[in-house]
Design a protein around this ligand. Structure first.
Ligand code: FE2
Length: 163
């Protein structure tokens, strides 16, 4: 595998979500970098620096991803997204996966590039299917500030020019 390079095709056009996704990519790349530079080191046992680093990145990844999912789900709820329950289920499955990987790493299992690849594949697939599935609706319902801005501009312009 290679490092996860962000591409425009992964953008949903919802800045706050795109930034959160890129931060998750950053954690996945950290796991990749650490395991790539120490391919045969165990993730715990003799408490190597590498093992400690990977465990700490995994903990951050789990933490941040859970917060991101919670944020995204509340955004979808706010937008009245009809497939929220299905989306939540997919999030839960991934949460369980990374939680169990974190646990296995804490118990001394080697965390390899295989893990980084799995996370990378999952995230790309999720963004390109389920997340792309809600993007237009959220943009229309929550980010469609143009109508209000336009109305405001019209009101101001009318009072300015037609007194
Ligand atoms: Fe999602």
């Amino acid at each position: 595998m290679t490092r996860f390079v962000w591409s425009e095709e992964y953008d949903l056009g919802i800045d706050i979500i795109d930034h959160q996704h890129q931060r998750i990519v950053g954690y996945i790349n950290q796991i990749y970098d650490i395991s790539a530079s120490n391919p045969h080191v165990q993730s715990s046992g003799a408490a190597t620096d590498t093992g400690t680093d990977i465990r700490s990145v995994l903990a951050s990844l789990v933490d941040y991803t859970l917060s991101h999912f919670a944020f995204e789900e509340s955004l979808l709820e706010e937008a009245g997204y009809p497939e929220l329950a299905e989306h939540q289920l997919v999030h839960r499955q991934f949460s369980n996966l990374i939680e169990s990987l974190k646990l296995r790493s804490e118990q001394g299992e080697e965390v390899s590039q295989k893990l980084a690849r799995l996370l990378q594949q999952w995230l790309i697939q999720h963004i390109m299917t389920e997340d792309k599935g809600y993007a237009e609706l959220v943009k229309q319902r929550l980010l469609g500030i143009e109508p209000d801005r336009h109305r405001h501009w019209v009101t101001q312009a009318v009072s300015r020019y037609f007194q």
